[in-house]
Design a binder for this molecule. Structure first.
Ligand code: NIG
Ligand code: FE
Length: 435
């Protein structure tokens, strides 16, 4: 289990004067990782809250976490440039959204009526809609257009409190268009305050050109796409949509093992619609995180728990598919599987709001507000292997945090469907200020 190495940095900051402080927070949710990360079982309820809490920031790092009284006695208050009084407010680490498909062309609002009239996700896809419609429109979109669309989405994500996000490719499905998506993500990472971690998802659907010979598409992914993506340093992770009628277990294993040999970290979309034994494969290939898991069997879940593989649950997807079935999150927690949550933002399930996802997690998967908040911060940082940099408020970590209008964390899912954010601080700078 990971133990925060950031504590060793404590001394470095002892004599440094902060340039920004937040004080008098009614609740400062630190998500302290002294006892390890990710949080599992009952650890998910332990938020390490400081009442009348304070944080001090120098440049982009946290240099102090404690009570307001301790802050006042430690630093010369008058000299500090930016002082934020968080009286009656909640302060938490910035949200980490570890599973998104932010970069796409076009929109799919028309499919909502089809779904209401009973069409299934796979029926829409087989009729050329769904992912395949987005693929056509993404192929047609220029790099500049994808960046423009992506920037608008990232702005909204930040407005709702997200400070780090994963972005997958997967709506190109040719070498050139997959590279175009990943280049857009790379440029957005350089230009936008949100930190972006890129994932190559060439195996998102079988493109129409390969309808009759899908194994040839798998070969293209393996022999051309993965080597090019790695050569151009365009992704850190590789993902596969492993599902009946999309990519089989055998094809997924082949792609993931090749990706690992090229140095990409593995993750998989598994068991969303049908149980294909995806959880067992995730344990076998030692995936860092897995998405969906609505249908995973107990044998596979046990293997995931034993291997410490993170289940990134995506309750926005069954919500948008109008299904009553959600991932069995309570059972997973009981089994000791580390749970993260994410928006899965895509043209079928379009929300930028991790606050909304926390609400869906509580109301539909029966996680408590505390468990859901752990899943949206420290555990989602672990899903991206960033737990030593983000996901908690600790000395040495990046100063990524949210100040909420509300007095305690229970409000996040309780008062749902609106934006409760007052301010967002990213890398020590105020990037959202809802005055
Ligand atoms: O994670 N499941 C596969 N991919 C996305 C959906 C993509 C789409 O419908 O455009 C997901 O839900
Ligand atoms: Fe997804």
């Amino acid at each position: 289990m990971f133990v925060a190495s950031t504590y060793s940095k404590k001394q470095i900051f002892t004599d440094v004067e902060p340039d920004l402080v937040i004080f008098h927070a009614n609740q400062l949710v630190t998500m302290d990782t002294t006892f390890g990360a990710p949080r599992i079982n009952e650890e998910m309820s332990e938020l390490a809250i400081i009442h009348d809490g304070a944080v001090a920031v120098k440049d982009e790092r946290i240099i102090f976490v404690g009570t307001t009284e301790e802050l006042m006695s430690k630093f010369e208050f008058g000299k500090i440039h930016t002082k934020i009084n968080a009286k009656n407010r909640l302060v938490t680490p910035g949200f980490v959204d570890p599973h998104t498909h932010v970069i796409f062309g076009g929109t799919r609002e028309i499919e909502l009526s089809l779904k209401i009239n009973g069409k299934t996700y796979l029926e829409i896809l087989n009729e050329g809609g769904g992912i395949l419609k987005t693929v056509r429109e993404t192929r047609e979109a220029s790099l500049a257009k994808l960046i423009e669309n992506g920037k608008k989405i990232l702005d909204r994500m930040m407005f709702y409190g997200t400070t780090t996000a994963e972005i997958k490719s997967g709506y190109g499905l040719t070498t050139e268009s997959e590279l175009k998506i990943l280049r857009a993500a790379k440029i957005l990472n350089e230009e936008h305050p949100i930190d972006i971690i890129s994932t190559f998802l060439g195996a998102h659907a079988i493109p129409p050109e390969y309808k009759d010979n899908p194994d040839d598409y798998v070969d293209l992914i393996i022999s051309e796409m993965i080597p090019t993506v790695v050569k151009e340093e365009l992704a850190e992770f590789c993902d596969v949509f492993c599902e009946k009628g999309i990519f089989s277990i055998k094809q997924t294993r082949k792609i993931i093992n090749r990706a690992k040999r090229y140095g990409l970290k593995p993750q998989i979309h598994i068991d969303e619609i049908v149980d294909t034994n995806g959880a067992l494969l995730a344990a076998e290939v030692k995936a860092i995180q897995t998405g969906h898991l609505l249908k995973s069997n107990d044998h596979g879940l046990k293997a995931m728990a034993d291997a410490g593989i993170i289940a990134t649950l995506l309750p926005g997807t069954p919500f948008c598919l109008m299904s009553n079935e959600y991932a069995p999150a309570r059972k997973m927690i009981q089994m000791g599987i580390p749970i993260a949550i994410a928006t899965d933002l895509n043209p079928n399930c379009w929300t930028e709001s991790m606050q909304m996802i926390i609400a869906l997690t509580c109301y539909n998967m029966k996680l408590t507000p505390a468990e859901a908040l752990s899943a949206a911060t420290i555990n989602s940082a672990c899903a991206l292997q960033r737990q030593d940099e983000i996901g908690s408020l600790e000395i040495g970590k990046k100063a990524d945090l949210i100040i909420f209008e509300v007095p305690n964390y229970h409000f996040i899912p309780y008062h749902f469907g609106i934006n409760l954010v007052s301010k967002v601080i990213k890398n020590g700078k105020i990037v959202v200020d809802n005055k």
